[in-house]
Design a protein around this ligand. Structure first.
Ligand code: 8X3
Length: 256
C-alpha cells in the first residue's frame, strides 16, 4: 500500500508502541489520526507531527465506549477515505496466578484488548471496505499464542485478540481489506509493566532485569510500518517479534 494521501487510525496512541507507530507512519506519508483517552498526550503528539510538516489529527477516544467509538467513526466521514486501522489500545493488568487473580483485572483486560478492538474494527470496517484498499492491524502479543505462569488473565485476553484477527480474516476474504496481526514479545516501554503492576515500579523493573536489549516501542512500530506498507495484495497474517535474548515467554536470558 502506498502512503500518499492515505489515512491511518491508531488507537492507544498516547504512549509506547502506539505513539511510536504514529510517528513512523506519519514519516512514511500517512495522515495519522491519533486516538487515546488522554487528550493532552495525543494533542501534543499531533502538534509535534504537524510542526514537522506531517499530517496528524488527534481525537480523544475510549475504545471500550461503543457510543463514543460510533461517534468517532461518524466524524471520519469528513475524510475522503480511511485506509488503515491500527488496533493498538490494550495492555496487561496484574500478574497473579489463576488461584488469586483479580476478576476486575481480567474483565478490564478483556474490555480493552478484545472488546475495544471489536468496537473500533466493527465501526470502521465499512469505511475501510469502501476505501477499496483497507488494512486492519491487530497488535496482539506472544501472550496470544502461548501461556506462562502468572499470565493467564492477559494471555486469555490476547488469545481473544488473536482469534478476532484470525476469524475476521476468514470472514472478509474477497473484500479489499487485509487483516494483519503483529505479536511482540518483551517490549520495554514507559508504561506497560508499570501499568501491569498497578504503579509498582520496582516490580515493573524486574520484568526487564538483566535483559540486554528488550525490544523498544520503535522496534515494534518498525514491524507495523513494514507490514502495512507491503503491496496491497501481500497480507502478513502474523508476525511474531521478540528480542534476541527471549526464546519464549518464560525463557529469557538475563545477565544478573
Ligand atoms: C507482552 C509480552 O511476555 O509480557 O505482550 O506477556 S508478555
Amino acid at each position: 500500500m502506498t502512503a500518499a494521501g492515505t489515512i491511518a487510525v491508531i488507537t492507544g496512541a498516547s504512549s509506547g508502541i502506539g505513539a511510536a507507530t504514529a510517528r513512523q507512519l506519519a514519516t512514511a506519508g500517512y495522515h495519522v489520526i491519533v486516538t487515546a483517552r488522554r487528550k493532552d498526550r495525543i494533542e501534543a503528539l499531533a502538534a509535534e507531527l504537524t510542526a514537522a510538516g506531517q499530517r496528524a489529527t488527534a481525537y480523544a477516544l475510549d475504545v471500550t465506549d461503543r457510543a463514543a467509538v460510533n461517534a468517532f467513526a461518524a466524524e471520519l466521514d469528513r475524510f475522503p477515505s480511511v485506509n488503515v486501522l491500527i488496533n493498538n489500545a490494550g495492555g496487561a493488568l496484574g500478574a497473579d496466578p489463576v488461584a488469586t487473580g483479580d476478576p476486575a483485572d481480567w474483565r478490564q483486560m478483556y474490555e480493552t484488548n478484545v472488546l475495544g478492538t471489536l468496537n473500533v474494527t466493527q465501526a470502521l470496517l465499512p469505511a475501510l471496505t469502501a476505501s477499496g484498499d483497507g488494512t486492519v492491524l491487530v497488535l496482539s502479543s506472544t501472550a496470544g499464542h502461548s501461556t506462562y505462569e502468572g499470565g493467564a488473565g492477559y494471555v486469555a485476553a490476547k488469545h481473544g485478540a488473536h482469534v478476532l484477527a484470525e476469524t475476521l480474516r476468514l470472514e472478509i476474504v474477497g473484500t479489499p481489506v487485509r487483516v494483519i496481526e503483529i505479536a511482540p514479545g518483551m517490549v520495554k516501554t514507559d508504561e506497560f509493566a508499570t501499568t501491569r503492576f498497578h504503579g509498582d515500579t520496582e516490580k515493573a523493573a524486574k520484568v526487564y532485569a538483566g535483559v540486554a536489549e528488550p525490544l523498544t516501542a520503535d522496534d515494534v512500530a518498525d514491524t507495523i510500518t513494514w507490514a502495512v506498507t507491503r503491496p496491497s495484495h501481500v497480507n502478513i497474517d502474523l508476525l511474531v517479534v521478540r528480542p534476541r535474548a527471549q526464546a519464549s515467554n518464560s525463557k529469557v536470558y538475563r545477565e544478573l
